[in-house]
Write a protein that binds this ligand. Structure first.
Ligand code: FMN
Length: 317
């Protein structure tokens, strides 16, 4: 029998009720229920499925995952079975997944994203669809998430395909100069994003000094885990204060969460929900600990619901 979750942890994300603010991040928890053997999925707010593309992809050659000193590097290359197989094999299983599932889409053209969105929109068990915009746009070469104009076009096109599903735009942390991530977030919101995920992995590279070769076959990859956490906290803080709070658009804070205090930091910075990714590889039950310890945190701050702590960081006067 499913253990009850502290009701004070329940949240609403863009109108979608979730039992907990703790969400399993795209690409780290399978397509829906694959982690059910090692953890009670009814204890998490949602699972975001691994990103799906229009066509199947085998991804990059090994090595495509490598340990870093404070996290891990990956260049999986979006290996996935493609939307047709997702519709035939995964969609029927969603009814029996004991938590909410969000779809996730990746692509290299606006048409590709729109095609996958059109299919996912027909699945009633996907109340929200996240778009992974850390993918290069074949027409310009730059990532959608680094170019406010391209992102605006992409978000509008996907938005036009969705009637009942909410649209979550998962931003890339690479927009740290000009435009800033707040500018990029504003473009996504103006084009119809219902929620934002901040952020994807940080572009990175590691070299084996003995062989003088990059450790990943793809040469570069994305860094995740504890090393990226403070970067993501700042991005959530900036986007919340500059754009999202006023627009009433919720943020999913993501990057390096392995314990309750990492999750609490994101919430104080302005996140309504919190993703867990890399930590699941070391401890798939980490989300259950995080729920328990977030409840204790609510007690120490004497708040009725976790929502009351969103954005409540105390800044110097
Ligand atoms: C092995 C691996 C695969 C990933 N695959 C995806 C993916 O398919 N789509 C996506 O949007 N993000 C993907 N991510 C990024 C995570 O969802 C998350 O944004 C990132 O890892 C930072 O969170 P973390 O530090 O908690 O892992 C992947 C990350 C890892 C480590």
């Amino acid at each position: 029998m499913a253990r009850p979750i502290d009701p004070r942890l329940s949240i609403e994300l863009a109108g979608i009720p979730l039992r907990s603010p703790v969400i399993l991040a795209a690409g780290t928890a399978g397509y829906s229920d694959e982690l059910a053997d090692v953890m009670d999925l009814s204890q998490v707010g949602a699972v975001v499925c691994k990103s799906i593309t229009r066509e199947p992809r085998v991804g990059n050659e090994t090595w495509r995952v490598w340990p870093a000193k404070a996290g891990m590097l990956n260049a999986i290359g979006l290996a996935n079975p493609g939307i047709d197989k997702f519709m035939s094999d995964v969609a029927p299983r969603l009814k029996n997944t004991p938590t909410t599932v969000f779809g996730s889409i990746a692509g290299t053209s606006i048409d590709d994203y729109a095609h996958v969105a059109r299919h996912m929109e027909t699945i009633p068990e996907l109340p929200a669809i996240e778009i992974n915009v850390s993918c290069p746009n074949v027409h310009g070469g730059t990532e959608f998430g680094a170019d406010a104009g391209a992102l605006r076009e992409l978000v509008s096109a996907v938005r036009a395909e969705l009637t009942s599903s909410k649209l979550i735009v998962k931003l890339s942390p690479i927009a740290v100069g000009q435009p800033t991530l707040a500018d990029i977030a504003r473009a996504a919101i103006e084009a119809g994003a219902d929620a934002l995920t901040i952020a994807n992995t940080v572009p990175a590279m590691q070299i084996d000094v003995r062989t003088r070769r990059p450790v990943l076959s793809n040469v570069t990859g994305g860094l995740s885990g504890p090393a990226v956490h403070p970067i993501a906290v700042k991005l959530v803080h900036d986007v919340y204060r500059k754009v999202a709070q006023e627009a009433g658009v919720p943020i999913i804070g993501l990057g390096g969460v392995s314990a309750w205090d990492d999750a609490a930091e994101f919430i104080l910075a302005g996140a309504t929900a919190v993703g867990v990714g890399t930590a699941l590889f070391a401890d798939p039950r980490a989300p259950l600990r995080i729920n328990r310890d977030l409840s204790r945190w609510l007690n120490t701050h004497r708040v009725q619901v976790v929502k009351d702590l969103v954005g409540q960081v105390i800044l110097p006067a």
